[in-house]
Every structure is written in structure tokens, then in C-alpha cells.
Ligand binder design. Sequence first.
Ligand SMILES: *Cc1c(COP(=O)(O)O)cnc(C)c1O
Length: 498
Amino acid sequence: MKFIGTRGGTPVSGAEAIVRGMADGGGLFVPEVIPSVSAEELNAMLEMSYPERAAFIIAKFFDEFPPDELLHALEAAYSQFESDDPAPLVKIEEGLFILELFHGPTCAFKDMALTVLPYLLRKSCDLLGIKEDVLILAATSGDTGKAALEGFRDAKGIKVAVFYPEEGVSKMQKMQMVTQDGENVDVVGVKGNFDDCQSAVKKIFRSKECTDKLKERGVLLSSANSINIGRLVPQIAYYFSAYCDLVTSGQIQMGDRVDFAVPTGNFGNILAGYYAKCMGLPVGTLVCASNRNNVLTDFFNKGTYDKKRAFFRTMSPSMDILVSSNLERLLFEISGRDSALTVERMKSLASPGRYSIRAEELKALASTFFAGYAGEEDTVECVYEFFEEFNYPLDTHTGVAMHVARNYCRKRAEDVGAEQRPMVVVSTASPYKFPQAVYYALTGNDVKDSFKGIKRIHLITAMKVPESLKALRYKPPRFKTVVTPDKIFEEVLNFVGE
Ligand SMILES: *Cc1c(COP(=O)(O)O)cnc(C)c1O
């Protein structure tokens, strides 16, 4: 399978797409053809373990990896999870399920792909005969950074530099990053928000001057953000796996359609669900849930993406994003894979800061996507009420998705004749990863110290505390540097050395 860029350019192999991270002209790699999974194949997946299901899906895109080796890498990746099944599906009530994706080493769904990406990248380098060191640059709204650091820690021939918005991540997220072990890692705070980090990092990828300077030092750039297709493809697997689990547990019949609600920031997770649907998985609606930074809600409802708006810091910081990178891949698909039009729209997004899609494109989107948002108060209410009703503690990101999902379900229930489908809410983080916000939502009280927050949530919910978060308590911080966005490349050069 070849990969093409959303803004044009020559097709490349999967290995090259993974190593390069970004396509020509600032575009993103997408598969030349979206592969399909037949009804027979989906049936065969029912019997498989999670790593086997994931290996099957990944091999559809990346056919150059030896199948046994890929499966072995996936088994090793998911053996680091605290649960036997890396993506368990929990039934809440009739027709409502939660897909728990937070049992990995860093307690957020980013682990689903970032425990696998090191293998994909290492192997890709070997397949391409690359001898240079690879430098991974990652901008993070909090969770990608830690998952990338942990995934690539002490990986041979790979260095990782992570940039996070100094004031834009939770205390726990920051603690996880600045205490990171490993000889090949760098963690840097940035004065600004996630969008500032992301655009500064993307600029380095696009700049020939920067990439040349790194080349002189024997270093090749790659990305661990969801702009990297190697991040997205492993995420498609859990949509298939959740579906299979619904069938094998007798909740649905094979072929029945299922909805998914996804708490969305950079549009990576939900895009994986869209690809799953395109591949033939019986998906009904994808519910795109935003927090108060509801740029995507407006886009899906009005057809105009407008990033010129106030930016809010919320209790779901991993979704505090105004420029959702992966939306470019969706735009490319709905435009009939028109790279010239995609270039035009992305230019327009850069300046004046907005673009609009055609009425028929908006209509096509509405047949798959429902978009809504939860304000801060909605999120608090949802987490509180959900615990009261079901004794299940949601994290604040998942709370956003649950609020929007329940609105959607309520609306549809009123619609006579509408198909009533099961809803799977994708849970992206452990409540213990955002202890202050979750404790506040559950009790209305503040707690300043993260570990006290963890203890109190545990007393209320009796949910098991992840070992990796407990262990943070006595770890000293290693990384203290904070820079302005224009100094990011300087910091990269410092890290790489002469
Ligand atoms: C990254 C993240 C999101 C947003 O996911 P996208 O793929 O960027 O849309 C939501 N919740 C949590 C907890 C995250 O870490």
C-alpha cells in the first residue's frame, strides 16, 4: 500500500510515510486507497485477541512489516497495560457502553498507539536503510507527550523532544512529563497554548533550513503526533475490537450498526473511527464531542471552520485546541480527494483564519457526524450525575463525550422511526489522571494536591489507582526549561548537540 499527501506530492511507502511524519507542502499522509474489511474477515476477527485484531488491521495499511514480527510487537506493547484486555468494553446499561482506553502506562488513550509506534518507526528505518538518528518532535496538550516519552524511552537510535504549554496541562500531566526517565528524552515547557506549540513544531517540519541543520548533525526528523499516520492506524483497531466484543457478548447481531462518541481535540481519535467506518465496520453516527473550545461543533453544524476565537483553559485540557490537525484528512476525503482544494482551504485557515466547505460536503458530513459540546458546568454535572446513577467515575474528557452522547441519544429517542443503535462512549483517560477536576466534579470541593485528590477519589469510588501514577509521588523533576515558541528550534539544537 502506498500513501499520498493531502496537499499533493509523490506517493510513498508506508515505511517512508511513518518516518517522515508529514507529507509534501505541509500535508498529511493518507492511504492511497482506504482498505476494506469484508464481512467474512470481520467474522474471523471475533475469535482473535486484541493484539491479533490490531495486527490484522495494521497489516491492511502497512503490508511491508513481517506479520509475525508485527504481532509480536503488539503483544509486547499491550503486555505493558494494567488490564488483561488493553481496550475493555464496559456495559453501563442497555444500549450504553464505555470503551476504556486508559489502562496503558500513561493512563490515557495515547498509549494505544504510542506503545506500538516505536516498533513501527524502528522497523521502517531498517526497511529504508536509514542510518541516521531519528529525532521525534512532539507538541502535546498533555497526554501525547508522556505517552511518546514512555514509548520511546531509551529506544536505540531515537531521540524524543516534547513541548507542552506550560500553563495548559494538568498538574499530574506535567508531573508525569518532567519526571520522565531515559537518556534520549527532553521535555520543555512553552509559554503559550497548545496551538502555539503545535504550530511552532509544524513549522520546523516544513522549514528546509531547520531540517538541513538537523541533517548536518546526522539527525532525521519524525513525529509522534497524530499527524503521523503510524499513530492513526493502530487507533482504528479499537473500533473494530469494540464492535467484535459487542457481537461476542451477544449485545448486537453481526451487521447491526453502532454509534461511537469521542471526546475530540486534534481529531485523531475520531478520525480513526471514520476510517473504520470507511473500511466497512457497521458504524452509524460518530459523535464529535468538544469542550468549551467548540470550534469543531461550529464547523460540523455551520460548515465554516473559524479559528479566530477566544481560547479557553478547561478542566479537559487535552481537548483545549483550536486548530484540529487531522480534520485536514477528513476534508481531503469529503472533497473527493482534491489536493488543490485542500491546499486552498489550509491556506485560508492560516490567513485569514477560516474556510468554508460546500453545502453538499456539509450534508455528506451530517450523514456520519453529530457534533456537540459540553461547557464546564455541563461536564461537572455529567461526571457527578453519572457517578450517582451508575457508580462509574468518568474523567473530565470522557465526561464531555458522555454529555454530548446522552444529548444525542435523547434527541434520537424523540425521533419516531429513527434507528435506535447502541452507543459506545470512548473513554480517553483514567479519572486519576485529572484528580483535581474529577474530585471537584464528584464532590464540589477543591483539593490542591494531586495525590490527595487521588486518595480521596479512591475513597469515594474504590476504583483501582494505576501503579504508574502512584509511583510519581516520589520522583524528582528532571526538566525545568521553559521557552517562548520562537525559541523551540534553538532548544532542539541544544538537545541534539553538535
Ligand atoms: C488527546 C486526548 C483527547 C483528544 O484526542 P484527539 O485524537 O486529539 O482528538 C481527548 N482526551 C484525552 C484524555 C486525550 O489525551
